[in-house]
Ligand binder design. Sequence first.
Ligand code: ARG
Ligand code: ZN
Length: 851
Amino acid sequence: PFVRREEYRPPEWLVPEIALDFDLGAERTQVRATLTVARNGDHAAPLKLDGEALKLISLTVDGAEADYNHEADELTVPIAGDRAVVETLVEIAPAANTQLMGLYESGGILCTQCEAEGFRRITFLPDRPDVLSRYRVKMTADKARYPVLLANGDPVGAGDLADGRHWAEWHDPFPKPSYLFALVAGDLVANRDSFATRSGKTVDLGIWVRDGDVERTRHAMAALKASMAWDEKVYGREYDLAVFNIVAVADFNFGAMENKGLNIFNSRYILADPDTATDADYDAVAGVVAHEYFHNWSGNRVTCRDWFQLSLKEGFTVFRDQQFSADQGSAAVKRIEDVRALRAAQFPEDSGPLAHPIRPESYIEISNFYTATIYNKGAEVIRMLHTILGPEKFRAGTDLYFDRHDGEAATCEDFVKAMEDAGGTDLALFRRWYSQAGTPRVRASLTHDAGAGRAHLTLAQQVPPTPGQPVKQPMPIPLKIALFGERSGDKLADRLVLLEGDEQEIVLDGVGERPVLSINRDFSAPVVVEAERSAADLAFLSANDDNPFARYEAMQQLMLDTLIAAAAGQTPDHRPVIEAVEQTLTNTDLDPAFVAEAVLLPSEAFVGDQMLVVDPEAIHRAREALRADLGTELEGLWRSAYSAHAANRFEYSPPAKGARRLRTVSLGYIAASGASDAPQMAKRQFDNADNMTDRQGALGILVNSDAPERAAALSAFYDRYRADGLVLDKWFAVQALSTRPDTPDAVAALAEHVDFTLANPNRLRALVGSFSVNQRAFHRANGQGYRFLADMILSVDKLNPQTAAKLVPALGRWRRFDEDRAEKMKGELQRIVATLGLSKDVFEQASKSLA
Ligand code: ARG
Ligand code: ZN
């Protein structure tokens, strides 16, 4: 059942024009599709159309009844000439579509999701991204239920009909693949605005939501306008239609979708106001709005030839949205967040059974490849090109890429070639980043010759074996490095090193005093660096490095070394960590937002990822002990930080965000110290907060405690927000993330709660997704977490295979655990694989996890 990259063949038939006529209804929708098809090349093959779960009512070729063969998910139509007009009429049932792929219903709104292969669930078509068509779309629907009718492109006509129905027609002048098709019908209201492009065109903007939610779209609208201006300024990319619409829906399989001129969003990435959204939610809204908008060029104007090229649009677009967000506030904090996310989601993928290169070689179900590797490692690969070429050549490369391939379906190779041609740099070896999976490990050792005033840095790389790729070749790794004088604190060297072979030696002159090595500054390459640096050196860097990311990194490494030693049964000295945290906390030159990130301990899961055999309980104990010591030893400092960053009236600005962040982090340490007033402090913050960041922050601390304030806060939160789905998700998630020993039982009980449902992906991720990343709870030794997750996966698979498959990788980590846990995890995977009627989505993930 594998689809293979090397088996790519150009399409036999093209479809230059498509007219779609929808007679919309939730229970029953009829779709009349008129395809103008043209033979592509010199062959006699019949036309083949994809179609899934469609009821075919009629088919004609050039207006006449025609022969066809409808088997499985394919319709074969013999056609004599080189061109024809093929018309089909099909019937579909949106309200019964629980997969949320194709045309479905969400809260009374009819909407679509077509990427990657959802269009075939709407009508018959060659459903592949290298078939580009001009679409004309007519929708007819009941006017009371569906007063708003939207599709891609520009509106070209609308009118009322006699029977309480109405119609609208849209036309998209840009040829596009079917995965970018969209329509929405519903009772929606818009936040309307406009944007003047740099060439003087006016774009009408609309963010469409349910009545009552318009006020919560202000932030998204501001982000959209900022994105449009940013893409003109930084990439020279201007918007190309007169209309840009966004629609928010509550049921959505992932974050959002970049359909041409009609983005459709998971409402959690649109709706934000101080009472219901945290600062992190605000940032995510802006980041996803920017991401989808940027796809208009990196994805839509230049699209992907086939799904193996997915990172062509996703890696590049994630890089673009990261740059955008870095420009809106603290670039250092943004980089820390992005690297933390990469390490939490992508590194485990790259070292586990589902490891794949950013350009995979094969798949069973393409939905399984919307991964942290394709998106986030893909973005790191683009970032390395940016670092190696420098900003000017990189921009010349993107200009050339957009110029050369505008209107085309391109490949990753096309992108690299454009960079190569514009940058005048040979990227032959760099291409290995596209074909090799696995996180490279770089060993760095520094020796110093004081007499000669010279340091020698030896770098050696090794790319670990991954499934199907036992032997790897070295890859070009750009490493920003610096040396600091231990005595003077002066920067003695600062440069970019490109490690190309297995090993390389760099000589650095002008190094009279003992140097301390700062390496992979800004996280210039997505690698693991092993540089044996003492606790003293790491503490020195955490206080003196002039690169904020490197400073954060040194602190993390210091904390990590301490936690790993403790989890392995040693009794490491906590003093160096405590002193380094103290230094950072008392350094008034630092941005509070940065301080808040720097003083946080690495997560239990991240500590586990560094160990050969993960011992969840030992890691938990080690981390709690260090947290308690930090809390107790520095209690006075935490308390002053807490009051120094006292809550003022809510404002969404980088300084106000930083203050809120540091305040809640401080409260967390006060609680960790065991101070008896901590629960009351948290409850006071919870009660008095005028924003969700402070309220959720306090709840996240209380939820780990045994104090009576815990239950009081949880029930107050529930009572206040029970009608707001997005906030209720937080209520489920915060409990699933609790560090308390009874969390597995609490989660099982929550799965029976009236407000829990398998049908809504956000709710499922809030409870089950959160639980599966709560290392201690999920890996409770009796295996109940594994059984619970497997049961959930099997239940969800019947409704929504894509979303079910996303839950499988947590069980795939079994190789990293003791034999008893590993057996239990494997047992659940085997139970899943043996289940009759399993989707190919879950089958692929579970069977590969066992292999
Ligand atoms: N292209 C969309 C986005 O990034 C995501 C589509 C995800 N599709 C899927 N089948 N998982 O930005
Ligand atoms: Zn994307």
